[in-house]
Design a protein around this ligand. Structure first.
Ligand SMILES: Cc1cc2nc3c(=O)[nH]c(=O)nc-3n(C[C@H](O)[C@H](O)[C@H](O)COP(=O)(O)O)c2cc1C
Length: 381
């Protein structure tokens, strides 16, 4: 077993242990993947200011996201098909998050259902909603999230149509995978993954199958999205959803200052500056580049969070310094999950926490709540 010291180590293990179609699904962006790449590379351009001879004892990264105590300002982002990266993946990730003290957000397009996760965890988790044409189904989904005592609804607004991801098309991505010769040959090289999958009955989109009526080809994400997701979604639907839900609402997928203002007007509790991890509009600005403008525009009126490109605790600190009061990580936790199941997600959170904590100390701080833009080197952000 290799010594794992950073997120890249987890990515390499994930790639080794998970069938190609699912690894590729995680580690890809749309079209040329330029936004996917700049999400990460724009973080690298931002530099810290080092401070010396300051007391570094008794440090804390604890804060709150929408009034909820968190061990650090990081939540696990909603990701589709997580139970295909590793058997029962959503349950395992939720357990790791719960033990670590950070929020877990379940995707509409998960393999384990809302009920599966609720039955296997003890603290409330968040639920991410995609809006479909069948409004009766959406009403029932929201009722199910309420019944499972989910403590926030994350409404994703940047995926009513699917950004084209070349790898998924070429791999013929489905859940479960079709038993074609190339898929069988690939799976034969991933025996632990196969054993795990044989040991669980959770192998399809369990929030949807058996709950939505008239579902066509459910196994293919792209055709199902094209058939069922509502391309006519607008801000009055957001109002309808807010009323139906009645609890904490988080708007995900904002990159534009005007849209940020509309999110404030919708009465949401937080917004997430996000380009869906570079998986939707290729060529869109990176999340970390969009963040300062949105914080300036609406930071006083709403909690602003961001996701996209975070690969270390240093990135979390940079986002915090630029005004994000919370962050989400997608691929980092998927790499951990694909590498080692629940222990891998825990490892991912430990790595990020340690990097965040040590970097905060080097910049002269002991409490993340005191950290401001001053820790960043002028001219680099
Ligand atoms: C494999 C994968 C699946 C995703 N599925 C969803 C989803 O179902 N719902 C959603 O709102 N966002 C989804 N996202 C976007 C994430 O919530 C998040 O915005 C993104 O992963 C952040 O970028 P990062 O992966 O660089 O951390 C997905 C991302 C990935 C990588």
């Amino acid at each position: 077993m290799p010594v794992i010291t950073n997120i890249e180590d987890l990515r390499i293990l994930h790639k080794k242990r998970t069938p190609k179609m699912f690894y590729d699904y995680a580690d890809s962006g749309s079209w040329t993947e330029s936004t996917y790449r700049s999400n990460e590379s724009d973080f690298q351009k931002i530099k810290f200011r080092q401070k010396v001879a300051v007391n570094m004892e008794n440090r804390t990264t604890k804060t709150q996201m929408i009034g909820q105590d968190v061990a650090m300002p990081v939540a696990l982002a909603p990701t589709g098909l997580t139970g295909m990266q590793y058997a029962d993946g959503e349950i395992l990730a939720a357990k790791a998050a719960e033990k670590f003290g950070v929020p877990f957000c379940l995707s509409t397009m998960s393999i384990c259902s809302i009920e599966d996760v609720a039955e296997n965890t003890t603290k409330p988790f968040w639920f991410q909603l995609y809006v479909m044409k069948d409004r009766g189904f959406i009403e029932r989904l929201i009722e199910r999230a309420k019944a499972a005592k989910c403590s926030a609804l994350v409404l994703t607004l940047d995926l009513q149509i699917l950004g084209q991801r070349h790898k998924d098309l070429k791999n013929g991505l489905t859940a479960p995978p079709k038993l074609t010769i190339p898929n069988i040959l690939d799976m034969m090289t991933k025996p632990a993954w196969c054993l795990g999958m044989l040991g669980t009955h959770r192998r399809t989109f369990r929030n949807i199958v058996g709950h939505a009526t008239g579902v066509g080809n459910m196994s293919s994400l792209s055709s199902w999205t094209a058939e069922q997701f509502d391309p006519a979604l607008n801000w009055s639907d957001v109002e309808w959803i807010k009323k139906l839900w009645g609890g904490k609402l988080i708007i995900k997928g904002i990159l534009d200052e005007g849209d940020a203002r509309l999110a404030v007007n919708s009465g949401a509790d937080a917004l997430i500056v996000s380009n869906h991890g570079g998986r939707q509009l290729d060529g869109a600005v990176s999340s970390i580049q969009a963040l300062p403008g949105i914080v300036d525009a609406v930071g006083k009126d709403i909690e602003v969070w961001m996701d996209g490109g975070i690969r270390s605790g240093q990135d979390v600190l940079k986002a915090w310094a630029l005004g994000a009061r919370g962050t989400m990580i997608g691929r980092p936790f998927l790499y951990g999950l694909g590498a080692m199941g629940e222990a891998g997600v825990t490892k991912c959170l430990e790595i990020i926490h340690k990097e965040l904590d040590i970097t905060m100390a080097f910049t002269g701080h002991r409490d993340i709540k005191q950290v401001t833009k001053d820790i960043l080197y002028p001219g680099t952000f």
